[in-house]
Design a protein around this ligand. Structure first.
Ligand code: XIL
Length: 679
């Protein structure tokens, strides 16, 4: 099973088992999805899948019995949405009495045919059942959250993305004065998203609207809301652009609008596309929209609002890709061609993405001491907090770190669930000795989401490389007992060495690599296939070696640089006067060994990060910039970072502690923010 391309993002990085199955099913059918082949596909869904996208249609369950309808759907589309069957009036005609018959029919059809399901829509001012319209105040609030819990709960795990809230803005960018807005006030949209998040933590949660086909007052209003939600950690993952268009729609800023939302950190989807018109004029509009989507990495897919003109809600506008007789229209050919060209341009040999580059030299600004150890280990007195591994999922940070104790023992701790680094120090630490991870020698954690198996991993050293699984990044109590990846190291690892430390995993589409170092300044790499992970690690090779030279010391990180084909390798060194700093290299493949890694910023005077290039506006509190990790907003096994927005969580210490026994050094955590991004 190959990993899902980055643009098929999921909430919390967590993809439902169903969605994984579906994606794999499609791979099996066409073998095209992840192959990045330039070979053209001859269906909309197949062509979209080549670049990791879906192509969907709004469906009514009662038409599935019509052979041409079902045949066209099954042949051409790999995603569906209910045109009406999942709306409030259909699913809860009387308060507390749910009717899922239509929606269930669609979900069953999707599952049987390897399609994703979008959910439309949990809360909307229109198509509310009569009983909702008279409700006021908290009664309406309760009805809304009960409805969301009932519907999103019923379909939990089966929906790729939900339109949680539909059409809540006026054309001037203010809130639409619906019963929801008037009765519940501005907070209702946020309340709806939180309720949906609780009911289906795995679905991506979208805000959906129309007349947002460019940068305009309405899309500005939505943009401001999304920005605010993300800043405050309100769970939102995507914005749907309905795109009910005609041949005179002005699409001059259509793509730029998608881009600005994507840049905020949400996915974008074209959710209800239809274009009134015919012939080449209609085809041109479809082409423009499809080109915009495939040009934006975070544009996950396109849904047309129906299959055939015969059943379009827009009556005489003939707005769809198939005519009344299910014949493909000119617009169909345009869309298919663009989808296929996107797949071709995804070839690794495609143009380098200039906008995702690393700087040649680095400059950072550091916080002061941000996080101190809390005495949360029942059985030991802690002296430091070290070696942080950090992900940001749904706007919340989750950190796993090492703690050292007065007895020289190493163990692990967790803190997280905050959305602003100013809260990091106060976040309660949960010591992993209180979980199944246990209290023996455990250090240097790395946390990540292994997307192919929908499983979170915490890996760490116990001498050998070990791991626990987690239910989620913020669920340390769910950790399983430590298991070893391998039963023994290859003998070359122990040559001239007294210990092995700092295991690190990075995967590409086919393989997972595990990196580590020994006490003889030698770095190694083992590998397994993505299919076999966490099993199968072997084939130990030397990555880099400089025995006796502390310029190649420990604490390796290895990241994929954005959407480029470049990898960034970081290794900690000990400098001339004993201070810790990081060196860096790049390569175009995880397969690279030795000289195949090109030095980037790799000296104490020109480091990746060290005393030479870190400024401390609040005063210097450490001379060491030591073992840590880049803040990852894509938490999956590809270890992808955004070079345009880098932060590095590190360990530092009061220089007055120089000379103390190593295990007793009072390491604390601080955060670096890159101040000279190249993009
Ligand atoms: C439309 C359906 O297509 C019609 O069958 C129904 O009568 C009214 O709703 N924006 C939306 C969709 O979000 O739910 C609407 O669907 C079209 C406009």
């Amino acid at each position: 099973m190959k990993p899902i391309p980055p643009r098929r993002r999921t909430r919390r990085g967590a993809r439902t088992a169903l969605a994984v199955t579906l994606a794999v099913g499609l791979t099996g059918a066409g073998a095209l999805i992840f192959a990045n082949t330039a070979q053209a596909a001859d269906t909309l869904g197949g062509a979209a899948a080549q670049s990791g996208r879906y192509f969907g249609a709004a469906i009514a369950p009662n038409f599935l019995g019509e052979a041409q309808y079902a045949d066209t759907l099954n042949a051409e589309f790999n995603s569906i949405v209910a045109e009406n069957a999942m709306k409030w009036d259909a699913t809860e005609p009387n308060r507390g009495q749910f009717n899922f018959s239509g929606g269930d029919t669609l979900v069953a059809h999707a599952e049987a045919n390897g399609m994703e399901v979008r959910g439309h829509t949990l809360v909307w001012h229109a198509q509310q059942p009569g009983w909702v319209q008279g409700l006021t105040g908290d009664d309406l609030r309760q009805a809304m959250t009960d409805h969301i819990a009932g519907v999103a709960g019923h379909y939990q795990g089966q929906i790729s993305s939900w339109d949680v809230v539909n059409e809540a803005f006026e054309e001037d960018g203010s809130r639409r004065q619906s019963n929801l807005q008037q009765q519940l006030g501005d907070g209702w949209i946020e309340e709806a998203f939180r309720a949906a998040d609780a009911a289906d933590p795995d679905a991506r949660l979208c805000y959906n609207d129309y007349n947002t086909d460019g940068i305009n007052a309405k899309s500005d209003g939505i943009y401001a809301m999304v920005e605010d939600f993300l800043a405050r950690g309100v769970p939102i993952d995507c914005v749907g652009f309905q795109s009910h268009l005609s041949t005179d729609s002005n699409l001059s800023t259509y793509q730029a609008n998608l881009e600005r939302f994507a840049a905020l950190g949400v996915d974008v989807e074209i959710t209800e596309l239809d274009v009134g018109g015919s012939g080449s004029a209609q085809a041109d509009v479809y082409r423009t929209v499809t080109e915009a989507c495939v040009a934006v990495d975070r544009c996950n897919g396109i849904t047309t609002w129906g299959i055939t003109d015969k059943y379009s809600w827009r009556g005489d506008d003939t707005p769809l890709l198939f005519d009344d007789a299910y014949q493909k229209k000119e617009a169909y050919d345009a869309v298919l061609e663009v989808l296929n060209s996107a797949a071709a341009s995804d070839e690794p040999t495609g143009e380098p993405e200039q906008d995702q580059a690393l700087p040649e030299t680095f400059a950072w600004e550091s916080t002061g001491e941000l996080v101190d150890q809390q005495q949360t280990a029942p059985d030991r007195q802690l002296v430091s907090i070290k070696d942080p591994s950090v992900v940001n999922v749904d706007g919340q940070y989750h950190v796993y770190a090492t703690t050292a104790d007065t007895g020289g023992g190493w163990s692990l701790t967790y803190f997280g669930g905050f959305s602003d680094w100013s809260e990091a120090g106060d976040a309660e630490q949960l010591h992993l000795t209180t979980t199944a991870v246990g209290g023996g020698y455990r250090a240097a954690p790395q946390v990540f989401y292994f997307e192919p198996d929908d499983q979170w991993y915490l890996i760490y050293q116990t001498g050998l490389p070990s791991f626990s699984t987690l239910d989620g990044p913020g669920a340390p109590e769910s950790a399983s007992a430590a298991q070893n990846f391998i039963s023994a190291h290859d003998p070359i690892v122990d040559e001239g060495s007294s210990y092995v430390v700092d295991y690190w995993v990075t995967c590409d589409e086919a393989n997972c690599y595990m990196f580590f170092s020994n006490s003889n300044n030698t770095f190694f790499r083992m590998q397994t296939t993505v299919d076999e992970f966490p099993g199968g690690f072997g084939d130990t090779q030397v990555l880099m070696a400089s025995p006796g030279d502390n310029g190649l010391f420990e604490a390796l990180n290895l990241y994929k640089v954005g959407d480029t084909d470049q990898y960034l390798l970081i290794i900690e060194a000990i400098g001339a006067s004993g201070d810790r700093y990081f060196r860096s290299w790049t390569a175009d493949s995880l397969d690279a060994l030795g000289d195949e890694w090109t030095p980037l910023a790799d000296s104490e005077s020109d480091p990746f990060a060290g005393a030479a290039n870190v400024s401390f506006p609040g005063g210097v509190w450490t001379n060491d910039i030591s073992h840590g990790e880049m803040v990852r907003t894509n938490p999956d096994q590809t270890m992808q970072i955004d070079p345009c927005d880098m932060q590095y969580l590190y360990q530092g210490r009061d220089p007055a502690s120089n000379g103390m026994e190593y295990s007793q050094l009072p390491y604390r955590l601080g955060l670096l923010t890159n101040t000279n991004p190249a993009c």
